[in-house]
Design a protein around this ligand. Structure first.
Ligand code: SF4
Length: 116
């Protein structure tokens, strides 16, 4: 089975074809560099994504803290991460770059803004 992947690693946007037999990659073509080849293989075998979201701030009214995972997590874990983000409540002040929760599906949750 042939899968098509548009590489998003640079503006060139190469259209990459990945020929798969069951879960094994047989051939990859259409990539412009080795990073794109690795990206396409990863997309077809074990896709990963960074997750962004909002968490509540207990001592600030109408304020949410924007956060993200410090690394990409397996795509099938995205909703687990979001569910756990919904349960988090932090106390201000929080500074951009602070780790607000460790090891959610293998990633730490990092603040992407400052709330004083
Ligand atoms: S394969 Fe390489 S050249 Fe092509 S879009 Fe991806 S990063 Fe850019």
């Amino acid at each position: 089975m042939e899968k098509s992947v548009v590489c998003i690693l640079c503006p060139k946007g190469c259209a990459i074809k990945v020929d798969m037999v069951k879960d094994t990659v047989k051939e990859v073509c259409g990539y412009g560099c080795i990073r794109g080849k690795e990206y396409a293989v990863s997309e077809c075998t074990h896709p990963i994504r960074s997750v962004t979201g909002l968490v509540r701030v207990s001592n600030r009214e109408y304020v949410m803290l924007s956060v993200k995972t410090d690394k990409a997590v397996p795509k099938e874990k995205i909703f687990d991460v979001i569910e756990k983000l919904n349960a988090i409540c932090v106390d201000a002040p929080v500074y951009i770059g602070d780790i607000i929760q460790r090891d959610i599906c293998g990633a730490d949750i990092v603040a992407t803004k400052t709330v004083l």
